[in-house]
Every structure is written in structure tokens, then in C-alpha cells.
Design a protein around this ligand. Structure first.
Ligand code: GAL
Length: 657
């Protein structure tokens, strides 16, 4: 459990570095990320490198015992590079070329840009790869952020053609797979195929899906290119990237296959609450704490992406600059977010940023220190966390805690599912991520821990597996259902598409029919005023936004029916399916039944109360407004806080298994 900070030595006079480093160490910080936007200082002109300042910055940090995470600067190509090669600029979906003057102004498919990235990264890793203070490398910064991938350039089109040729071999196969006879879309060669943007009406969804797959692999290969150089010249150092919350432009599981030791992510709970789908009442309710499941959801997701290893690379400390409204967090939240990250298995929580910059785009973004160098309210809380970490109860078993406990419930999070829904939403309100998050929230409100995993994961260790929606069901998943003992719950639109983006020959849920013998004869999207009602386990609720009309075959029980006779929940043995998006009450009733059937305890937690197991510890985190008497067994030994956990406070106790 380490604390870190994001620091930009190039933004401050050199005479300040020494006191910055000293104060970081005094605060209890041990890791510092630097470098990720400093290309114009590393290479002020083509081929003229200036490393003396970075040598010195690293030395100053190292002198104070701080370890460095070095970022490659490829999120910000300098002006001279753009002037030399204007074709590296990105083109957005509307076909508009984006200008220099902020960041991420590059085309991820540009071969010229990739060469320049390889060059600057090679220079960096040759110089610092084996520096004893440099323990980890971050590639770029938040790849694809600001909608910069997919990119719609000529380079992307060329490479997409090559990708399609490799996938299909013959263009006739592509024509058949995509159904290009429709609207005379047939191609005679791969070279004829353009990008799916800027068409008068919808482009072929199969075209879009392949383009999204291609772009996902572009992001992964962009990282992989740098990763290989880092691996070669920086042996034994952790290779990472800082991902974003709720970000699906590329498949993060696939990305991890291109070389990744740790999945790091950037946690901004308040602005996320502002910009996600919550209604106004919820945005208000959680305005100063963030919604209680936003950080946890991403911790659990990225722990899966990193195959167990997860860091928070940027943690919000105070108000930020990028949401429509940017309030000051409630007192205690910077500390709570930190402990929560550790409870979910983070090895490092690193704060954004050391000091608020009084200039440029993020001058309204706070940090650990105000521009005048005084600790902020959040900064004081970090000092408290550092003290708590330093004196953590010795009876707590670090070995057991290092082992992130496998949850009993797995939830499948599928990136292509989100692409498919975005490509063919069909109902204005159907949102894949929202559906997944609502199921996750429901489980967390019952005190249940969840691992988020890809549909290709080995799920044999879980008692319950839930998939809120899985349009393309892999055959191997069906085999896992048949081979194991777990209970399964699938949501609407499951099995609705083939990998080519067509309707399965036997109709949805396609391959899942082998274990749940139903046929979706028609699907409908529901305007907000259309809310068919149903009852499950005595709980009355409503279907919303989407409904699959399921016809049950032999061996299938209909365990809930909408008032108009359409099945709401169907079941065959250990496999269940809900045919619509449900309101929270009905969703909870179904999930609760599944959790109980899987032999897992269901708790009733107060609003904003959350629990999390880590090794032999159990954490209680209170996002609510009132004190909470946490459900620790009688005589439990507390290592943090106590039985009464106040608002924005946290407790942890040792739990015997
Ligand atoms: C992140 C980004 C940082 C900074 C921060 C502000 O998305 O990686 O560089 O911009 O947001 O909240």
C-alpha cells in the first residue's frame, strides 16, 4: 500500500524541486509520476535532446528516497513536430482536422507519428531504463481520451484495409459476412473500403463493428510499440498505462495482452457523478462524495484488466476543472477514496496533482497543495492516511492482504457489447454501461463483493456469474456453463448478434439456447412512458427501455410475467434470464434470489454504506450522511476506526475465515 503523486517539475522553477521532494517524503509519499507531457522540454527541436533537467529532477526525487514512475511524453507532440508533419493531426468523426494547442493532437494510426514516438521513447529508455530510482513506466497518457480514437484519417483508412484483408482473406467473404448485397454496398477489393463515418444515413453495422475492433487493436499496438522498447531497455520495471473510468473506446482486456504489468486508472469520483447518466436527484445526493459505486466499479474492473495488479495513478484530491459543476469534496472523502482503493486491491494510490498550477488549462484544478504551496484540505487528509498506514495494526496479516481475495460473484464486462449497443442502440435509453453499473450497484448494496471479468475468463471458481447483457455469446462460455456448478443470470439483448453483427439463425439468445431453451421472437425498445409491470418473489416493479419477447421451450420455467403476458424472468436449472431492463426494486429482487441460491449471504446496508473484503480484513466505507454501526462480529479486532463509522469515514477489522 503505497502513496504517490503526479508531479510536473518542468512547470516549476528548479529551486523549488528540492523543497517539493522533501515535503513529499515528509508527507508519506513514496512514488512520483513525472514526464508524461514534457516532450517540448525533452526535445525542444527536432533531434536536439535536453536531458539535464530531467536527470536533475529524478536525482532530487531519488535523494529523498522517492521512486519514480516515468511517463512517455507522446500525448503531447511538440509544435515543431506538427509543423514538420501536419498529417499526424487527428481527424474527428465529422471529418474535421483538429489543431495543435491542447493535447492528444495526433492520429494513433499515423505511421510517421509512431516512428517519432519510437524515437523519443528509445532515447528515454536508453537514458533512464536502468536508473535505480525509476521503478515503472507509463506509456502516453489516457490513450483515446478526448475522443481521439477512433481516428478518421487517411492513414487509418489504409491500415483498416490491411486489417480487413488479414481478417477476411477474400473481399467476397467480407461482402457475405457484412451482407453488402443490401443497398448495393458490395466491394471489389479491400482498397475500395472506406471508413464508416460521414455517410448520409447509418453505415452498415458490421462495417462499424469491424472498424471499432480495428481501432481497438490500433490503441493496443500503439501502446505495445512503446512497451516493447521499455521492456527491452528497462528490465524488471513495471509497465503500465493510466486508463480512465467508464471508458470503452478500446477493449482493455485486449490492450493488456499487448504488454502490461499493472492496470492503472485515473479516479475522479465527483466529475464522473456529474457526467454519467444519473438523474438530477442522484447527482445532487452524491455531489460531494461521488456515487458510492463509481470508484469501486472501476477498481474491480481494472483489477481484472491487470490480472490482479491495479493502481490508482491519478486520484482526485479536491475540486477539479472538467465537469459542468465542480464542487469541493465533503471533508473526509480524499481519505475515504484512498482506503477504498486499497480495500479493492490497489497497490498504489497516487494523487493528482502535487500543486495546483496557476496557469493554463487546468488552473482551476486543485491538488495536494494550493498554488501558494500550502496544503489543501485534501492534502491534510492524505497526511492522515500516511500516518494511518505507517502505524497500521501489526496483527493485520500483510501476506493475506497482499492476496486479493477472489469474490464469489463474477460480473462479465464486455467491451464489444458496448460497441454493439452504440452502433445499433435501437432504443434511445438503452445504455450498456448503465445497465452493468446498476446491476453492480445492486449487488454492492447487498454487501456482495464482485470481480469484473471478460466473457473469455476462467469462471470456474465463482458461485454466481452475472452478465447484464452479452450480445455475442462465445461458444466457450456455454461450455463453461455446462461444465460448472455456478448459477448464472443473463440480461436483455444477450445472444442477440453473431460476431459478424447479424441476427443468429436460431434467433436470440443464439448459442445460449443450448442451456436455456428460449426463442426471442421480437424485441422492443420502450419510451420512458411505456413501463410494463411484473412481480418477482412478491416484489412489484417495472420493465424499462428494452424488452425481449421470449417464447419458452420445453424445460424452461417462467418465474415472472409482465401484466400483458410477456415473460419477465425465465429459468432452466442454474441459468436465468431477465428479458428487460428492470427498475431498481425488481432488479434487486432477481439478483437477491440469485445470490441466495448461490449460497451467498445478503446484507442490508444503510444508504451509502459499502463493505469490501481484502485478505483477512473487512472494510466498511460510509458514503452516507449518518453514523453506521458496521456489521463486524462481536469482539472483532478493528485495525482502522471502530464499530460506529461516521459519515465519510472508514473502518476495517480482522475477519477470521
Ligand atoms: C486526467 C489527465 C490529467 C489531468 C486530469 C485532470 O484525465 O490524465 O492529465 O488532465 O485528468 O482531472
Amino acid at each position: 500500500m503505497h502513496l504517490g503523486v503526479c508531479y510536473y517539475p518542468e512547470q516549476w522553477p528548479q529551486h523549488q524541486w528540492e523543497s517539493d521532494a522533501r515535503r513529499m517524503a515528509e508527507l508519506g509519499i513514496s512514488r512520483v509520476r513525472i514526464g508524461e507531457f514534457a516532450w517540448s522540454r525533452m526535445e525542444p527541436e527536432a533531434g536536439r535532446y535536453e536531458w539535464a533537467w530531467l536527470d536533475r529532477a529524478i536525482e532530487v526525487l531519488a535523494t529523498h528516497g522517492l521512486k519514480v514512475i516515468l511517463g512517455t511524453p507522446t500525448a503531447t507532440p511538440p509544435r515543431w513536430l506538427v509543423d514538420l508533419h501536419p498529417e499526424i493531426l487527428p481527424v474527428n468523426k465529422d471529418g474535421i482536422t483538429l489543431n495543435f494547442g491542447s493535447r492528444r493532437h495526433y492520429d494513433i494510426s499515423s505511421e510517421i507519428y509512431r516512428e517519432h514516438c519510437a524515437r523519443i521513447v528509445t532515447q528515454m529508455v536508453r537514458r533512464y531504463g536502468t536508473h535505480p530510482a525509476v521503478i515503472a513506466w507509463q506509456t502516453d497518457n489516457e490513450l483515446a481520451c478526448h475522443d481521439t480514437a477512433p481516428s478518421y484519417t487517411e492513414a487509418a483508412r489504409r491500415r483498416f484495409g490491411g486489417w480487413l484483408a488479414a481478417r477476411y482473406g477474400e473481399v467476397e467473404r467480407l461482402n457475405a459476412a457484412w451482407g453488402n448485397v443490401f443497398w448495393s454496398m458490395e466491394y471489389r477489393s479491400f482498397a475500395e473500403i472506406g471508413l464508416p463515418n460521414r455517410t448520409p444515413t447509418d453505415a452498415n453495422p458490421s462495417h462499424w463493428l469491424d472498424f471499432r475492433r480495428f481501432m481497438s487493436s490500433e490503441v493496443a499496438s500503439f501502446h505495445g510499440l512503446q512497451g516493447e522498447l521499455i521492456r527491452e531497455h528497462a528490465p524488471g520495471r513495471d509497465l503500465l498505462h493510466n486508463f480512465m473510468g467508464f471508458f470503452t473506446s478500446f477493449d482493455h482486456y485486449e490492450f493488456a495482452e499487448s504488454g502490461l504489468d499493472v492496470a492503472a486508472w485515473d479516479s475522479y469520483p465527483l466529475p464522473r457523478t456529474e457526467v454519467l447518466w444519473f438523474d438530477d436527484a442522484d447527482k445532487h445526493r452524491w455531489a460531494r462524495t461521488g456515487h458510492p459505486d463509481i470508484p469501486a466499479f472501476n477498481h474491480d474492473l481494472y483489477r481484472g484488466v491487470g490480472k490482479g495488479r491495479m493502481w490508482v495513478m491519478e486520484q482526485q484530491v479536491g475540486p477539479v476543472n472538467w465537469a459542468p459543476y465542480n464542487p469541493v469534496p465533503k471533508a473526509g472523502m480524499a481519505r475515504l477514496w484512498t482506503w477504498e482503493a486499497f480495500a479493492h486491491g490497489a497497490e498504489l494510490v497516487s494523487y493528482f496533482r502535487w500543486r495546483q498550477a496557476p496557469f493554463a488549462q487546468e488552473q482551476m484544478h486543485s491538488g495536494i497543495n494550493a498554488p501558494d504551496d500550502k496544503l489543501t484540505a485534501g492534502g491534510h487528509e492524505i497526511a492522515q492516511v500516511a500516518r494511518e498506514l505507517a502505524s497500521f495494526d501489526p496483527t493485520f496479516d500483510p501476506a493475506a492482504t497482499a492476496q486479493v481475495t477472489q469474490a464469489r460473484v463474477a460480473m462479465l464486462f464486455d467491451y464489444p457489447a458496448d460497441w454493439i449497443v452504440q452502433i445499433q442502440r435501437h432504443g434511445a435509453d438503452f445504455d450498456y454501461q448503465r445497465l452493468v453499473f446498476e446491476w453492480y450497484s445492486c449487488l454492492r448494496e447487498m454487501g456482495v463483493d464482485v470481480d469484473l471479468l471478460p466473457a473469455t475468463a476462467d469462471l470456474s471458481g465463482y458461485r454466481l456469474v452475472v452478465a447484464p447483457s452479452l450480445p455475442v455469446v462465445p461458444d466457450a462460455l456455454v461450455a463453461q456453463i455446462q461444465a460448472g456448478q455456478a448459477h448464472w443470470l443473463f440480461g436483455p439483448r444477450t445472444g442477440s448478434k453473431t460476431a459478424d453483427f447479424t441476427i443468429p439463425a436460431t434467433l436470440p439468445p443464439g448459442p445460449l439456447q443450448a442451456v436455456l431453451n428460449v426463442r426471442v421472437s421480437q424485441s422492443e425498445s420502450l419510451r420512458p412512458s411505456l413501463r410494463p409491470a411484473a412481480t418477482f418473489d412478491g416484489v412489484r416493479g417495472e420493465g424499462r427501455s428494452w424488452r425481449d419477447h421470449v417464447e419458452p421451450g420445453p424445460g424452461v420455467d417462467v418465474t415472472a410475467v409482465f401484466d400483458d403476458g410477456v415473460p419477465a424472468v425465465v429459468q432452466a436449472g442454474r441459468v436465468r434470464m431477465t428479458t428487460a431492463c428492470f427498475d431498481p426494486a425488481l432488479q434487486r429482487a432477481v439478483l437477491e434470489r440469485c445470490v441466495r441460491d448461490a449460497g451467498i449471504e445478503v446484507l442490508t446496508l444503510p444508504e451509502g454504506g459499502r463493505l469490501r473484503r481484502l485478505g483477512n480484513l473487512r472494510f466498511a466505507l460510509n458514503y452516507g450522511d449518518t453514523a453506521w454501526r458496521v456489521p463486524a462480529p462481536e469482539g472483532a479486532r478493528f485495525v482502522l476506526g471502530g464499530r460506529e463509522t461516521g459519515p465519510s469515514d472508514v473502518a476495517a477489522w480482522i475477519e477470521m475465515h
